[in-house]
Design a protein around this ligand. Sequence first.
Ligand SMILES: [Zn+2]
Length: 171
Amino acid sequence: MYELNHAIEIAEDIIGDRFGISTSQWKRYRYDIRSLKDLKEHEIVDSAYAQILKYARHPDLRTTGSEKGEYFKICLQDHVILRTIDNHPELKLLSFMVYVVTHELLHVVRFARFVQSFYASENERIKEEALVHRLTHELLRHLKLPGMHETLNFFSEKVQVETFKGGGIQR
Ligand SMILES: [Zn+2]
């Protein structure tokens, strides 16, 4: 998608610096970031910029019974993102994408390190969302990117970034 690879590069760099994750170590975090064209019907929502799903195994990966193949699929909702950019002329797509991807990767890192459970209660999830917004803000606040300041302002209004598909692992 539009600007996606660039946004992932920036986000992995910034989070890697902060949490001491090298490029090769990123491979141990099992996640995929996909845009709308690569989503199945149940992965598409209209109310969030992204949706995180936890799958039992990666579709491209052949795992044996004992091997853990669990991974997170970050499903970007292009239609919601583009609609927001259209409605807010002060926003720039790349900085907006950097915010969304950084925010999502922070969730993934926290899930993977068991700092936060994927199957949190609604209440815990609200707290986690506020915390991840704060972390994202802190990480991006000094990034010199056109429209970043406006993006940070936009998300400081307690906008929810994503939904989680809970209630068991999707297969
Ligand atoms: Zn979030």
